[in-house]
Design a protein around this ligand. Structure first.
Ligand code: GDP
Ligand code: IMO
Ligand code: MG
Length: 430
């Protein structure tokens, strides 16, 4: 029986991780967000109600699930408080069910200002960040100058640390970017106000997780972003500032690799990317328009139009290797319903040497052109289907082809945004 499950994205984010975490959380006791920040946007649709979560673990819509935001996450307390209030307004009560690591680093207003100013200055070379201060906040963590959640417990120390860091940022923001300076007293006041709301949630989440593992509780680890946005293994520099591949679970929670029983890679039936950077299978034609519209491919966090393309089998195999994936979950199969034919990239051709590569370095994709295999579409409605045998033959064939390309089974298929628009090919908890 699988106890501890990681759910992470295999592409450039927005694969539908949130929906799958929410769906599988009915079988789990804990759900843990372990990296990233409010750059993530995870959309859940339950009883026709759409909820977008950025920081709060997606399992918390189930009334008995305990949520943890662990040490690897960078937290904007004001955003977290907004999200807690949004859930309350929607009648989801998470009192005494959400816990926050005392060693998670904070995102503060000057991180956001610097992120935005840098992007402005980069002009056409911008990364296309979400503008949420993620990069600067992780820089502080690595440079050992972060304010951490635990610092909120000592007002005097917090004030001294905050004044120092605000001065550090004001120097850059004012002199390089001509930005207005920040007053640490204003930030301090806001922090202390929000602290009252989250005070009882702050704890050592490592200890909580060790105890959960010892007591054989089921835990879902919820990834954010996607493997190709990983700071080490993605399409650098067009990446995010954390490890969105499997290593992020271990450093981001303090749970060791032997405690992870099953790693599920969530993969959209086609590809999307928000922000800049290489995207070999990108489409610029009617099919892009079709996928955008039918898949509603607009960012859950920033509202930006997502770039779209065919499924990239080379990238998928890379994600399988990087993350030691146990199985795949294919999402948004229904979005392909009206296409006569469907392409999947099975190799890249280097346009300088004309060599064909079935594996490649994702550090340099510049001259790589996709080599496609073409599959027949099914031209039938699959949305809402919950049994694999009810899928049209061509759709079943498409899933089989993905399994072959990836070299691992497809255990879950998603056929719509609603929680129950899901085919559980194999119940991984049994
Ligand atoms: P995440 O960041 O990986 O959690 O994904 P997002 O929530 O940002 O984006 C996925 C979008 O697709 C959301 O709007 C979901 O409601 C929607 N979605 C998820 N699964 C499916 C599916 O199988 N079919 C369709 N049509 N929409 C889906
Ligand atoms: P979820 O969890 C899609 C992208 C941004 C940009 C790059 C760096 O919803 O899948 P950042 O703000 O992190 O410094 O931006 O990463 N990005 C995402 N793209 N989904 C996400 O999260 C993303 N989080 C960051 O668009 O290209
Ligand atoms: Mg998203």
């Amino acid at each position: 029986m699988k106890k501890n499950i990681v759910i992470l994205g295999t592409q450039w984010g927005d694969e539908g991780k949130g929906k799958i975490v929410d769906y599988l959380s009915r079988y789990s006791a804990y759900v843990v967000r372990y990296h990233g920040g409010h750059n993530a946007g995870h959309t859940l649709v339950v009883d026709q109600k759409k909820i977008v979560l950025h920081l709060i673990p997606s399992g918390l819509l189930h009334p008995d699930v305990i949520g943890i935001i662990s040490n690897g996450v960078v937290i904007s307390i004001s955003e977290l408080v907004k999200e807690i209030e949004m859930l309350k307004k929607n009648n989801f009560f998470i009192d005494k069910r959400l816990f926050i690591s005392n060693s998670a680093s904070l995102i503060l207003p000057f991180h956001i200002a610097l992120d935005l100013e840098r992007e402005k200055k980069l002009g056409v070379n911008a990364i296309g960040t979400t503008g949420r201060g993620i990069g600067p906040a992780y820089e502080d963590k690595i440079a050992r100058r972060s304010l951490r959640i635990g610092d909120l417990n000592n007002e005097k120390k917090l004030s001294i640390k905050l004044e120092k860091i605000v001065n550090y940022y004001n120097d850059q923001l004012v002199s390089i970017y001509k930005h207005k300076s920040f007053d640490y007293k204003v930030i301090l006041k806001d922090l202390l106000e929000s602290k009252n709301i989250i005070n009882d949630m702050i704890t050592d989440t490592n200890i909580m997780l060790y105890s959960a593992i010892k007591n054989k509780k089921t835990i879902i680890f919820e990834g954010a972003q996607g493997s190709l946005l990983d700071i080490d293994h993605g399409t650098y520099p067009y990446v995010t500032s954390s490890n969105s591949t499997i290593g992020g679970v271990i450093t981001g929670t303090g749970v060791g690799p032997k405690s992870l029983d099953y790693i599920l890679g969530v993969t959209k039936a086609y590809s999307t990317r928000v922000g800049n950077g290489p995207f070999p299978t990108e489409l610029f034609n009617d099919i892009d328009n079709y996928l955008s519209k039918k898949g509603n491919e607009f960012g859950s966090t920033t509202g930006r139009k997502r770039r779209t393309g065919w499924l990239d089998g080379v990238a998928l195999r890379y994600a399988v290797q990087l993350n030691s994936l146990s199985a795949l979950c294919i999402t948004k199969l229904d979005v392909l319903d009206n296409l006569k034919e469907i392409k999947v990239c099975i190799a890249y051709q280097n346009m300088n040497t004309l060599e064909i590569h079935t594996n490649t370095s994702f550090n340099n994709l510049e001259n790589m052109k996709p080599v496609y295999e073409i599959y027949p579409g099914w031209m039938e409605k699959t949305s809402g289907i919950t049994k694999i045998e009810d899928l049209p033959n061509a759709a079943q064939h498409y899933i089989k082809c993905i399994e072959k390309i990836a070299g691992i089974p497809v255990d879950i298929i998603s056929t719509g945004p609603n929680r129950n628009d899901t085919i559980l090919v194999r119940n991984i908890f049994l």
